[in-house]
Write a protein that binds this ligand. Structure first.
Ligand SMILES: C[S@@+](CC[C@H](N)C(=O)[O-])C[C@H]1O[C@@H](n2cnc3c(N)ncnc32)[C@H](O)[C@@H]1O
Length: 230
């Protein structure tokens, strides 16, 4: 049967596939669906970007030992640099954050390396090192600190959390050479006895010479006069 009840012929258009579409209705719904796609794309893209940026900052909280990104204070960095006075050689910051300690050490003449789990912080640290003109002596790697061997470093900096210090103490005892120095920021190692302590409150840093820790006595002369506050 033909005729009766169909749409008026002027608003019908034959599509390539042979289907008949109502012209004005089709254009309208196409426009609407394009905006819909664009809107969904923008929202989806934004969510993916937020997720990608935020995840590396949030995942430390889900690990067995939660070590969040808390940058060292200016005073803390000053105390670390003070404890490195007269030291030479390679230096590592374990969990280097935004690279501020590595960059300060590179400026003080060290070949400094940072290991950091968060890729955004590593890329930012590399940018900072480049901006501050020390990219030749400040290097950053995306690595899990528990999977790195620190035996090649003679100066080791750690701004950790109390929960990780016993395990890190064991790891460093096994790996470091006798002439290495370890500087702990804010939280000390539980069993090692520090050679020096400087700073106050959250800016306190503890210095450990591995030779002392192993009962072999200091191998290098100490050439600074830190205040011991125990
Ligand atoms: C307390 S912040 C110290 C940052 C930097 N050292 C400073 O003093 O400014 C600890 C850093 O360790 C990083 N971190 C956490 N777990 C890690 C892991 N398993 N391996 C390497 N880095 C880690 C965090 O992302 C954070 O940036």
């Amino acid at each position: 049967m033909e005729g009766g009840g169909g749409a008026p012929p002027e608003i019908l258009e034959e599509s390539h596939s042979g289907c008949v579409l109502p012209t004005s209705l089709g254009a309208n719904s196409l426009k609407k669906s394009s905006w819909g796609f664009l809107f969904t794309g923008i929202i989806g893209g934004t969510l993916v970007a937020v997720y990608a940026v935020a995840t590396p900052f949030l995942t430390p909280a889900l690990r067995k030992i939660c070590l969040p990104f808390v940058p060292a204070t200016t005073k803390q960095i000053e105390n670390v640099v003070k404890m490195l006075h007269c030291r030479r050689g390679s230096l590592v910051d374990i969990g280097s954050g935004d690279g501020r300690i590595v960059i300060a050490a590179a400026k003080a003449g060290f070949t400094a390396v940072g290991y950091e789990l968060n890729p955004w912080l590593v890329w930012y640290s590399r940018y900072r090192a480049w901006r501050e003109g020390v990219h030749g002596s400040a290097k950053f790697y995306i690595s899990d600190l528990w999977k790195v061997t620190f035996s090649q470093y003679s100066n080791v900096i750690i701004f950790g959390v109390p929960q990780m210090m016993p395990q890190l103490e064991e790891k460093l005892t096994l790996e470091l050479k006798d002439d290495a120095r370890v500087i702990a920021c804010r939280f000390p190692f539980p069993r090692w006895t520090p050679d020096h302590v400087t700073g106050e409150g959250v800016d306190t840093v503890w210095t450990y010479d591995v030779s002392t820790v192993r009962g072999k006595g200091p191998r290098r002369p100490v050439c600074f006069q830190p205040s011991i506050q125990m």
